[in-house]
Every structure is written in structure tokens, then in C-alpha cells.
Design a binder for this molecule. Structure first.
Ligand SMILES: NC(=O)c1ccc[n+]([C@@H]2O[C@H](COP(=O)([O-])OP(=O)(O)OC[C@H]3O[C@@H](n4cnc5c(N)ncnc54)[C@H](OP(=O)(O)O)[C@@H]3O)[C@@H](O)[C@H]2O)c1
Length: 242
């Protein structure tokens, strides 16, 4: 039986890697998927494979105005999402912290941290109004541990862990049944992993293998998980320090 019939699921960063694999998985399970990204070719491919009522839009999550417009369109068409996957993120080139420019560091934080806050601010009020929903903020092994040459990314993912816990407390105080969790997806062979691990990324599962465990797990999240920092069962939880 399909596991997501009747659900509307929002996936940021749907054009590649984990977000792309999740979009296909959720659509296959019967969900209406609203995904975003900046890569027009990737968005066209998704729209061709996963037709309406699913929709894939050009949205830069670092741009508050673009996220606001997207939220208005999605909520007007399908109402508040049942599940939000804050997946979009980037990693800087491998470099010691002082070797990155201020612009490079800001770019990462604008996507990885502010992007998540923009999505929460524009979609969660409608979820609260309805009184239900789940928000998943993708963290990382590097949101709970550290390595050299990825300090700015580590800091952004540690921020996601803290942000998610405090956001979950806000939700608890609201008295509504909207759930927030931080999820470390594991270690998966994507463009992001290739950027930091090089060819060693091929030792890890690809997104299509990963989604077989991750997809059902993400659909199973509920009030019991509220405020927790979770790992995908069966996935390596910690990045290897090279
Ligand atoms: N792969 C791993 O081993 C691993 C491990 C731990 C955590 N994670 C986390 O898992 C998530 C997915 O990672 P991934 O490995 O799938 O990365 P990826 O292959 O590099 O894909 C990143 C996705 O994010 C989108 N994106 C980046 N900046 C964006 C922006 N400003 N606005 C909208 N979309 C944006 C990209 O789309 P466009 O290019 O179209 O904008 C792309 O679809 C991230 O949160 C990452 O930190 C991954």
C-alpha cells in the first residue's frame, strides 16, 4: 500500500542528491510534492517525470522574498504542507577557515541556516493554523562532530541542531501538534560528498539506495519524535575524518 497518499510534502533542494531522490520516492508513494531549487534543467526533469499536481519551482531558499512568494502559491493551491523537508544546503570548498572569503562563508550560512528559517517562517504559520504537520531540518554528522577544512559547514549544521531544538520548544508552547526534528541523513554519495571526499565518496551508498531506508523513516515521524536529533536507521551517522 502507498504510504503518502493524501499528503502534501515540501522538499527544498529537490534538483539533486537527497532532495531529488526523496521527491521521486514521495511521489511514488502517492504524495503531492512541491520541490524547489535553482537549477532549471533539474527542475524541468523533475516536472517531466513527476507531473502535476506535484510542482517544482525555481526558488533560492536564501532569498526570503522568493520563499515568501513560493509559500503563498503552494498554500493557495494545496494548503499547508503535511511534511516539510528542509534539505537544501551547500558546502564550501575544502579549506581552512581563514582561507575562505567572507562572501563564501556568508553564502553557506545564507543557504544552510537562513534558508531554513525563511522556509519555517513562511510555511509553519499555515501548519499551526491547521494544527498538524512535521518539519524536518537536515543536519549532518558535522552538526554533532567536527573536522578540519569544513569549519563553516560544521558551524552551520551545529546551528541547525540548536535552531531545531529551540524551534521545537516554540511549537510545544504553541500547544499545537506541529512536530520539529533535526535529522542527520548519514553519508551518501552526492555532489556535496564528492566536493569534500573526492573519489572516496563512491564508498558510500547513492541517493537511490539511501532513500529506501530514509523515505519510510521520514514518513513515519510523529509526535513521539518531537524535538529530537535523529539519525536515519541503518545509515552511518558520523562523517569520517580523512
Ligand atoms: N550527502 C551527504 O553525505 C550528507 C551528509 C550529511 C548531511 N547532508 C545534508 O543533506 C542535504 C542534502 O545534501 P546532498 O548531499 O543531497 O547535497 P547536493 O547533492 O549538493 O544537493 C543540494 C541540493 O540543494 C539545493 N540547493 C543548494 N543551494 C540552494 C539554494 N540557495 N536554494 C535552493 N536550493 C538549493 C541544490 O539545488 P540547486 O543547485 O538547483 O539550487 C541541490 O538540489 C543537505 O542539507 C546536506 O547538508 C548530506
Amino acid at each position: 500500500m502507498k504510504k503518502a497518499v493524501g499528503k502534501t510534502i515540501l522538499v527544498t533542494g529537490a534538483t539533486k542528491g537527497l532532495g531529488r531522490a526523496l521527491s521521486y520516492y514521495f511521489a511514488k508513494e502517492g504524495a503531492v510534492v512541491h520541490g524547489c531549487g535553482r537549477d532549471l534543467q533539474g527542475l524541468r526533469l523533475l516536472a517531466a517525470d513527476l507531473p502535476e499536481p506535484s510542482q517544482f519551482c525555481e526558488v533560492n531558499v536564501a532569498d526570503d522574498g522568493q520563499v515568501e512568494q513560493w509559500s503563498k502559491r503552494v498554500i493557495a493551491e494545496v494548503g499547508a504542507p503535511d511534511l516539510v523537508i528542509n534539505n537544501a544546503a551547500m558546502i564550501n570548498r575544502n579549506a581552512r577557515l581563514w582561507e575562505l572569503s567572507a562572501d563564501e562563508i556568508c553564502e553557506g550560512w545564507n543557504v544552510n541556516v537562513l534558508g531554513v528559517t525563511h522556509v519555517i517562517r513562511h510555511f509553519v504559520p499555515a501548519m499551526l493554523k491547521r494544527g498538524t504537520g512535521v518539519v524536518v531540518n537536515f543536519s549532518s554528522g558535522w552538526g554533532r562532530s567536527t573536522s578540519a577544512e569544513v569549519a563553516s559547514y560544521c558551524a552551520s549544521k551545529w546551528a541547525i541542531e540548536g535552531l531545531t531544538q529551540a524551534f521545537a520548544q516554540d511549537l510545544t508552547e504553541s500547544g499545537k501538534s506541529v512536530v520539529a526534528v533535526a535529522v542527520n541523513p548519514g553519508i551518501i554519495d552526492t555532489q556535496m560528498l564528492r566536493s569534500c571526499f573526492g573519489s572516496a565518496a563512491s564508498h558510500y551508498p547513492n541517493p537511490e539506495e539511501w532513500v529506501r531506508r530514509a523515505g519510510p523513516f521520514l514518513l513515519s515521524l510523529n509526535a513521539r519524535h518531537h524535538g529530537r536529533s535523529l539519525d536515519i536507521p541503518g545509515e552511518s551517522a558520523t562523517w569520517r575524518s580523512e
